[in-house]
Design a protein around this ligand. Structure first.
Ligand code: HEM
Length: 583
């Protein structure tokens, strides 16, 4: 027989009240989790009716193209609005997406009292480097920390320390690729790790003053191989044996790669902090990183304690690394302020690590996209090679690589144009993110304080036909700056075309015009990329040596996908090289 007493207990008045309370709480939570659109800003109406907001659409984009950010700019096109909002965090505020280049530039460069660094940087970096200035709001602490490494971007340091190191590592990469072409013949190979290793070696040698040797280790290994067993199918990629990477750089890379934890987590900072504290592989790597930075700081202190600090900082003479420079600067500041220098502080450690973090993956990712663009556009590659040959006549006649001094002192407008176009079109630098620090407005739309604003690099006005905006909607400062930057011709705005950056002067010479049209791959304004000059120099050196020594032949279609992988990297980075030796 059925026991009715237990059913009566479930439907007793007390339980009824409990269920009603649960239902009400559930409903309140559901309502709170639903998107709360900002009045008047266009959005996807369907997304506004579901707790997950735009997430399902975004995932569809990601699965199709590997890159979810295309969804944002697609929405601006569909709504024909340069400002839209998306809902990606249940319970959270909408994100505002801005694609108008003039207004974006205005926000970054002139409206910094209303818009500051968004918490997104902190979400991904704070656990790794709590004192790294990149995630600080703009203010005194940010200024002081940033100043500590500020001189690394001076012309003196870039030309006399970093440039030669970049050149040396890029030469090693050329030597490695010579071995690879010898062994691979016409077969393609995956070059992503070579470029990442080179970028790591560059940032490492500049930071610590000595190479990791990771590129050279690969080259030495391959130089001992007589030949490899190759497929008869020339489109088949070759797999090369790999030398183990030195433990020191593996530890740093392991910590840097842990950035994927917060990027893919709903609780970014806590999750990352927990992982760094308790995941054994990260604990070991973190300890190793700390030991390395600690000994580098000690060595620099010993070296510099016998030198006249003012002279060293001014001239950069005798400085062989970022560590040297930072310590010399701290010693000089301490002398001036009459205090003992603080050599091994949390701030110094975090700034040094942050420096490597900022300069590693960003640069290699963009170099990879650049090599892909020039592999696809063979005509542009040939023009670039011709420009290099006439730009470095001595090296061409001598059949040698241009020296680093030649490279640093020669103006080659077509090279500048190629690099600018790579950066404009690159998928590696999609947006700068700001947070509104006051209630404000963008193009006539009210933006509440605390809203994250994405200033996109891949949308209308930059890579797609612009969306017209009445001048009356623009901010005063934007109106005043109207003609300071050109605008791209809408008919070929989406095409990879370095010529768009060149102007023909009265004497018939081409010059590079950095303001020919809008592009903000490094952000802009006070919170723009700290390492911009560094990155451009590194890309320049790698491009010159790569295109001087090799023809990048077309790669098979099956290995030439434009899908975007993790951290905006190219999913396929295959090269088919022919050693050109300038002939
Ligand atoms: C092609 C390579 C690079 C790209 C595309 C890139 C891009 C960016 C972008 C978009 C920002 C945010 C800008 C903004 O919000 O307005 C940024 C910030 C930053 N970047 Fe880079 N970056 C590159 C290379 C480097 C290098 C080589 C370093 C250091 C050696 C570096 C260090 C930093 C730092 C420290 C910040 C934070 C600046 C601050 O908040 O004050 N970056 N970068």
């Amino acid at each position: 027989m059925i026991d009715l007493s237990s059913i009566r207990a479930i439907i007793s008045p007390a339980h009824g009240i409990l269920y009603a309370v649960i239902a009400v709480i559930g409903y309140v939570l559901y309502r709170a989790a639903l998107p709360h659109p900002i009045h008047g800003i266009p959005h996807n109406k369907e997304s506004a009716r579901r707790v997950l907001g735009d997430l399902p659409e975004l995932m569809r984009w990601k699965n199709k193209l590997g890159n979810a950010f295309g969804y944002f700019t697609d929405l601006t096109q569909k709504t024909a609005s340069p400002v839209v909002q998306v809902f990606l965090r249940p319970f959270g505020r909408p994100w505002v997406i801005v694609v108008d280049p003039r207004e974006s530039h205005d926000i970054m460069t002139r409206r910094y009292a209303e818009f500051d660094r968004s918490a997104f940087f902190g979400d991904t970096m704070k656990a790794m480097g709590p004192q790294f200035h990149a995630h600080f709001p703009t203010g005194r602490e940010w200024t002081v920390h940033r100043r500590l490494i500020g001189d690394t971007m001076s012309a003196g340091f870039l030309h006399s320390v970093a440039g030669p190191q970049m050149w040396k590592v890029a030469q090693s990469m050329v030597q490695l690729w010579k071995q690879k072409t010898r062994l691979a013949g016409d077969h393609p190979f995956n070059a992503a790790d070579d470029i990442k290793r080179a970028a790591l070696d560059i940032i490492w040698s500049a930071t610590f003053g000595s190479e990791t040797g990771t590129v050279r280790a690969q080259q030495s290994l391959l130089s001992t191989a007589k030949q490899l067993e190759l497929s008869t199918e020339t489109d088949a990629a070759v797999e090369f044996p790999e030398a183990a990477d030195p433990q020191a750089c593996m530890s740093i890379v392991t910590i840097m790669n842990s950035i994927r934890i917060p990027v893919n987590s709903p609780f970014p900072q806590i999750h990352h902090w927990f992982a760094l504290k308790f995941y054994p592989y990260l604990v070991v790597a973190g300890r190793h990183r700390d030991q390395m930075i600690g000994s580098a700081l000690k060595a620099a202190e010993q070296k510099l304690s016998t030198q006249k600090i003012e002279d060293v900082v001014e001239s950069t003479a005798g400085l062989t690394s970022v560590v040297d420079l930072v310590i010399a600067k701290e010693m000089k500041m301490a002398q001036k302020e009459g205090r003992a220098p603080s050599i091994d502080s949390r701030v110094t450690r975090d700034e040094l690590f942050g420096f490597m973090l900022g300069g590693y993956e960003t640069t290699s990712t963009n170099v990879c996209w650049g090599l892909k663009f020039l592999t696809k556009h063979q005509d542009i590659q040939q023009k670039l090679r011709a420009a290099l040959r006439s730009g470095f006549p001595r090296a061409f006649r001598a059949d040698e690589n241009p020296t680093v001094q030649e490279l640093l002192s020669t103006n080659i407008p077509y090279l500048d144009a190629v690099i600018a176009e790579v950066m404009r079109c690159s998928i590696g630098a999609l947006a700068a993110i700001r947070v509104a620090t006051v209630d404000t407005q963008i193009l006539g739309h009210a933006i509440p304080k605390g809203t994250d604003v994405f200033l996109m690099n891949n949308g209308p006005g930059k890579l797609m036909k612009p969306i017209e905006v009445p001048e009356s909607l623009r901010s005063d400062s934007s109106r005043e700056a109207k003609d300071r930057t050109g605008a791209w011709d809408p008919s070929d705005i989406g095409v990879f075309k370095p010529e768009r950056w060149l102007v023909n002067d009265e004497a018939g010479n081409y010059t590079f015009d950095p303001l020919a049209g809008p592009a903000h791959p490094f952000g802009a304004g006070p919170r723009g990329c700290f390492g911009r000059k560094w990155a451009l120099l590194e890309i320049r050196i790698i491009f010159v040596l790569a295109f001087w020594n090799f023809e990048l032949l077309p790669t098979p279609e099956s290995l030439s996908s434009w899908r975007v992988g993790e951290q905006n990297q190219a999913e396929q980075m295959y090269l088919r090289l022919r050693y050109s030796k300038n002939t």
